[in-house]
Design a binder for this molecule. Structure first.
Ligand code: NAI
Length: 297
């Protein structure tokens, strides 16, 4: 059955270009009313105008869809509130938030300025917090909400020159892990996408053109739109690129119980067993770790 967003109000941040634009168009094609947010700045976050968001709104209207533009920065608290405020004043609800806005300030950790480190955390991590926090009470009240975070393989696994970006991106997974629990009773589901796509963000990484051609940003939207749909799972991280889709889990090995008298040498002598991931499994929440520490086995 076709997945519909009729009567749903969807916010996509950073939707004036790249992935966000593709997500916004796909939601609109499926009947959603869309708030297209974009600061309209450069990849490093400098500059800005609401033109980028307005252009995507025009594209949506040409498809026969409904959309409004918002040019605020997600990293500004009042700006983030205005994104949700615009959805509420225009359509009276907010069903979906896709936290997609992002910038880069790549430098090795030795060279990165702390101001650039903080700005990257502010846009990706706090920007997602601010927009989600503004939408949360509405989702609790209506007992329905879908939130998608945007992480990156750089956060999940690391990437040279991206300590700021990686820290921010894995922070979003931590945010998801708690929100999925706190939202459960109110049917708020929270998921995360880890995209790989040809956008201006990946333009000068030296990826060969024939590979870039396959990394179509449109191929991320099927995963994002599904993760924001009525039947979405919760707490899922999905890696997506060039038509490849895979679930990602943080897993924990079987572990070793060295007991109450464990010493540094015991730990060292058992390091191979402690590191054995052959029976690794994910945990559903932090407290589940108690079961492993004190349970049988
Ligand atoms: P992009 O640069 O084309 O799009 C990002 C958009 O966010 C831009 O339109 C920009 O104006 C907007 N934006 C930046 N700061 C903002 C702010 N403070 N408030 C509102 N809007 C703001 O890049 P792309 O690739 O489409 O990135 C989208 C998301 O996907 C980002 O979070 C990025 O980190 C993430 N990502 C992208 C990957 C890729 O391969 N393209 C890989 C992993 C993650």
């Amino acid at each position: 059955m076709a997945i519909s967003f009729k009567d749903r109000v969807v916010i996509v941040t950073g939707a004036g270009a790249g992935l966000g634009r593709c997500h916004a168009l796909e939601f609109a094609r499926r009947g959603a009313k869309v708030v297209v947010n974009d600061l309209g700045g450069k990849v490093d976050g400098s500059g800005g105008s609401s033109e980028a968001a307005m252009k995507v709104v025009e594209e949506i209207k040409q498809l026969g869809g409904e959309a409004i533009a918002n040019g605020a920065s997600v990293s500004d608290r009042a700006g983030a509130e205005s994104i949700v405020g615009d959805a509420i004043s225009k359509w009276g609800r907010v069903d979906v938030v896709v936290n997609n806005a992002g910038i880069l300030r790549d430098k090795s950790f030795a060279k990165v300025e702390l101001d650039d480190f903080e700005l990257v955390l502010k846009v990706h991590l706090l920007g997602s917090v601010y927009v989600t926090k503004a939408a949360w009470p509405h989702m609790l009240n209506q007992k329905y909400g879908r939130i998608v975070m945007t992480t990156s393989s750089s956060g999940l696994y690391g990437n040279f020159g991206q300590s700021n970006y990686g820290a921010a991106k894995l922070g979003l997974v931590g945010l998801m892990n708690t929100l999925k629990l706190e939202g459960q009773k109110s049917d708020i589901r929270v998921n995360t996408i880890a995209p790989v796509a040809a956008t201006r963000m990946t333009d000068n990484l030296g990826i060969p053109p024939e590979v870039m051609d396959q990394l179509k940003p449109e191929l991320i939207s099927p995963a994002v739109v599904y993760l924001a749909s009525q039947d979405a799972p919760t707490g899922c991280i999905i890696e997506a690129g060039a038509g490849y889709y895979a679930k990602v889990h943080i897993v924990e090995g079987k572990g070793v119980k060295l007991g109450q008298a464990a010493t540094v040498e015991d730990f060292a002598n058992n390091f191979d067993k402690i590191s054995d991931m052959s029976e690794a499994k994910p945990n559903g929440s932090g407290p589940e770790v108690f079961g492993k520490i004190f349970g049988p086995g």
